[in-house]
Design a protein around this ligand. Structure first.
Ligand SMILES: CC(C)(COP(=O)(O)OP(=O)(O)OC[C@H]1O[C@@H](n2cnc3c(N)ncnc32)[C@H](O)[C@@H]1OP(=O)(O)O)[C@@H](O)C(=O)NCCC(=O)NCCS
Length: 186
């Protein structure tokens, strides 16, 4: 089932409202609401988050059916080599991160950030930094000594972000893809 347009709009509005409230309060130097970063809860995803995750994914250009998202959340929660977390602010999911424990002939063990998004309305509030920190903590706890991320050239904001949170560019790549033919009987 696709996410209805009005639901997506309402969620985006809610994300904007939460961050807006905080900015107004900060501007007035009142302490009734703390800054967004202080109100963020980083936690594992739940099936009930699927709708809000769908809204975020659409901002990245990925339109995923809700049933498929629920199935991915459930599957990822069972895969020990993967880490997934969402950032929740006052009941609304405003971002998510995924990391993976990789192992290869070339480099042995390492962590890779394989997904990160903070909703457009919640950006520049420290949420991305917290999500990446959570993934790094997970990797460190597994004994991993390095973490990499591949960042698309069409996302310049993420390049500034990664540099700012301690990453250095090590190479530029081309990514090739090929659909595979289904074998009969598989
Ligand atoms: C990249 C992204 C996750 C950053 O999330 P965020 O919550 O806005 O990041 P933070 O607020 O934690 O930013 C931390 C620091 O990174 C830098 N930064 C973040 N976004 C930036 C931008 N658009 N331009 C310049 N610097 C930026 C800043 O120095 C910032 O600190 P400051 O706000 O105190 O100056 C978010 O912009 C996003 O989801 N973009 C679209 C999806 C994407 O590109 N994902 C990465 C795929 S690899």
């Amino acid at each position: 089932m696709a996410i209805p347009q009005h639901t997506a709009k309402a969620m985006e509005h809610e994300q904007r409202r939460l961050v807006g409230q905080s900015r107004v309060v900060n501007a007035r130097r009142q302490m009734t609401l703390s800054p967004v970063a202080d109100r963020v809860q980083i936690r594992p995803p739940r099936a009930a988050d699927a709708e809000q995750l769908g809204v975020l994914n659409r901002q990245l250009g990925y339109a995923t059916e809700m049933e498929e998202l629920v199935s991915r959340i459930n599957k990822l929660s069972e895969l020990q080599e993967h880490f997934v977390a969402v950032a929740e602010v006052d009941g609304t999911v405003v971002g998510w991160v995924q990391a993976e424990h990789r192992f290869s002939m070339e480099t042995g063990d390492k962590a890779e950030l394989v997904g990160l998004i903070v909703g457009a309305a919640a950006r520049r509030s420290g949420v991305g930094r917290l999500l990446v920190q959570a993934a790094e903590d997970w990797a460190t706890d597994r004994g991993l000594r390095s973490i990499v991320v591949r960042s698309n050239v069409i996302r310049p904001e993420s390049h500034s972000f990664y540099r700012n949170v301690g990453y250095t560019q090590s190479k530029t790549q081309h990514v090739y893809a090929k659909p595979l033919q289904r074998k009969s009987g598989v």
